[in-house]
Design a protein around this ligand. Structure first.
Ligand code: SF4
Length: 461
C-alpha cells in the first residue's frame, strides 16, 4: 500500500511516527508525502492542551477529505488524542476507520493491512511501549539531525499536566540500546542527536542508575564520529553538578540547557505541585552559567494558572527580566478536565490570560534581541541546514545554542572559503542580530575540535 502520515505535537510524537513508518516500510509498504496519493492516511495526534486537541481533530477531518477526493480508503488516527478520547473519536468522527494508541504502535501494520478498527481489539491490554535500537524506524528529520527518545512517561505530579495519564509511568530505555542507536546514527552521517523524553534528567533512575543522563552523555561524546548531542526537557531540581560538568567537559555536547520552569512565583509553583521559586531558579541559572561558559538557556512558562494574581505575574516578569534567557516559550493555561488543577478555584479569565501571554512574550523579545547583540563579532561552530526557505540569497544554520524547530536560527549572508554544505559543521562570525535570529559570515574550514582539558577530565573521574 501507499501510506501517508501527518505527525502533530512534540518530537517524542515524531519518533512514534517514525517508528510506525519504519514498521510499515519493513513490511514493504510505500510511504508517500502526498495525501492525495495515499491509500491509507495516518494522523499521529497530540492532546496535551486545548489548541493541540483542536488541531488534531481539524487535521483528521482534513485528511478524511482525501477519502472523497483522493485514493485514500482508510483513515487511521493515532497518538495522544486516542489515549484520551478513544471512544469519543470512534463515536463522533465516523470518517475515522481505526484508532491506535501510544502503546500500540506495532499494531499499525495490522490496522493498515486488515479491517481491525481499534488496536485494542488486537492487544486488549498493551504493555507500556518503548522502542529500541533494532526497531525499524524511518526518520522524517533532515539527514543530519535525529531525535532519540531515551525515556517515556512521567512520574512528576504537576497539577496542570495530563501527560502521565496517557503516556504512563516513567520508564527509561536500556543504556546500551540508546548507545547502539546513537552509534548507528552517527555512522549514518547524523551530525546532531537530540535526546528526548518527558523528563530526560530522570534517565536510568528506574533501573537504579545515579546520574544516568550524565553517564550517557559522556558515553555518547566518546563515540566514533560523534557529532553534537543535545538533551531537551530537563527537570529543574534534577540538574546535578555532574551533569553540568559533563556538558562543560565535552566539546560535542551542546552548551544548551532546556529546563521548563513553568512559573517563578512560589505560591503558584506550590499550587502547580512543582515547588521552587524565582530566587531558587536564579541561583540554579547562575550555577549553570558558571559551570558552562557561554551556555544557552531555554525555558517555558504557563500564564493564567488558577489563582495567578497580577502580583504573581509581575514576579514572573521580574524573574524573566533578571534571568535573561536565550529562548522562552509561553503557554496559556489550558483547563484540562482530567487534570488536578481543573478542580482548583480562582480561574483566570481568557482575556487576562491572553494579555499576560502577550506581555511576557513582548518582554522576552527585547531580551532575546539583546542576547543576540552580545554575540556580534564572536565566532561559533554552526551546523549548516541548507538554503533558506525564505530566500535563495541566504543559507541557514544553527549554533549549538539554537535547537531545531523551537529556537531562532542563523542566516548566512556572506561566505569566506568553500561554499556551505548541508549537514556540515563550520565556523560563523556573527555580524547582526534580529528579534530571535542571527546573521553571520561563514568562515573557511571546519569548526576546530577542542579536546577536554586534563582538569575537566579529572573533575569527571
Ligand atoms: S514533568 Fe510535569 S509537565 Fe512535564 S510531563 Fe511530567 S507531569 Fe507533565
Amino acid at each position: 500500500m501507499k501510506i501517508g502520515f501527518v505527525s502533530l505535537g512534540c518530537p517524542k510524537n515524531l519518533v512514534d511516527t517514525e517508528v510506525m513508518m519504519g514498521l510499515l516500510a519493513a513490511r514493504g509498504h510505500e510511504l508517500t508525502p502526498n495525501a492525495s496519493d495515499a491509500e491509507a492516511l495516518v494522523v499521529n495526534t497530540c492532546s496535551f492542551i486545548d489548541p493541540a486537541k483542536q488541531e488534531s481533530v481539524n487535521t483528521s477531518l482534513e485528511m478524511a477529505g482525501y477519502k472523497k477526493r483522493g485514493r485514500a480508503r482508510k483513515l487511521i488516527v493515532a497518538g495522544c488524542l486516542v489515549e484520551r478520547y478513544r471512544q469519543e473519536i470512534r463515536r463522533e468522527i465516523p470518517e475515522v476507520d481505526a484508532v491506535v494508541g501510544t502503546n500500540e504502535l506495532e499494531q499499525i501494520v495490522a490496522l493498515c493491512e486488515n479491517g481491525a478498527t481499534d488496536a485494542r481489539e488486537l492487544v486488549p491490554s498493551p504493555e507500556p511501549y518503548l522502542y529500541h535500537e533494532l526497531t525499524p524506524r524511518l526518520r522524517a528529520t533532515p539527514r543530519h539531525l535525529a531525535y532519540v527518545k531515551i525515556a517515556e512517561g512521567c512520574d512528576h505530579p504537576c497539577s496542570f499536566c495530563v501527560i502521565p495519564q496517557f503516556r504512563g509511568r516513567f520508564r527509561s530505555r536500556k543504556f546500551e540500546s540508546v548507545v547502539a542507536e546513537s552509534r548507528r546514527l552517527f555512522a549514518e552521517g547524523v551530525q546532531e542527536i537530540n535526546l528526548i523524553g518527558q523528563d530526560t534528567t530522570c534517565f536510568g533512575e528506574d533501573y537504579g542508575l545515579k546520574d544516568g543522563l550524565a553517564l550517557l552523555l559522556e558515553r555518547l561524546a566518546k563515540l566514533e564520529n560523534a557529532g553534537w548531542v543535545r538533551f531537551l526537557y530537563a527537570y529543574p531540581n534534577k540538574i546535578t553538578q555532574k551533569l553540568l560538568d559533563t556538558v562543560a567537559a565535552h566539546e560535542t555536547l551542546c552548551k544548551y540547557i532546556d529546563l521548563p520552569l513553568q512559573h517563578a512565583s512560589a505560591p503558584v509553583l506550590k499550587r502547580m505541585k512543582r515547588g521552587g521559586s524565582g530566587d531558587i531558579f536564579l541561583r540554579l541559572l547562575e550555577r549553570i552559567r558558571r559551570t558552562i561558559p557561554g551556555v544557552a538557556l531555554r525555558s517555558s512558562f504557563i500564564v493564567g494558572f488558577p489563582c495567578e494574581t497580577e502580583r504573581d505575574f509581575q514576579d514572573l516578569c521580574d524573574f524573566v527580566q533578571e534571568a535573561r534567557l536565550d529562548h522562552l516559550g509561553v503557554f496559556a493555561y489550558s483547563d484540562e478536565e482530567t487534570s488536578v488543577s481543573y478542580h482548583l478555584d480562582g480561574k483566570v479569565d481568557g482575556r487576562t490570560i491572553y494579555n499576560r501571554k502577550r506581555r511576557l512574550l513582548a518582554l522576552q523579545r527585547w531580551i532575546s534581541r539583546a542576547r543576540g547583540r552580545e554575540k556580534a563579532g564572536q565566532v561559533f561552530p554552526i551546523l549548516i541546514e541548507g538554503p533558506s526557505q525564505e530566500t535563495e540569497l541566504l543559507w541557514e544554520g544553527r549554533l549549538m545554542g539554537q535547537a531545531a524547530e523551537i529556537d531562532g536560527k542563523t542566516y548566512i549572508n556572506d561566505c569566506e572559503g568553500p561554499p556551505p554544505e548541508p549537514g556540515s559543521i563550520r565556523r560563523v562570525r556573527i555580524t547582526e542580530s534580529m528579534d530571535y535570529d542571527l546573521v553571520g559570515t561563514l568562515l573557511p574550514g571546519p569548526a576546530p575540535r577542542r579536546r577536554p582539558t586534563p582538569d575537566l577530565l579529572r573533575v569527571l573521574r
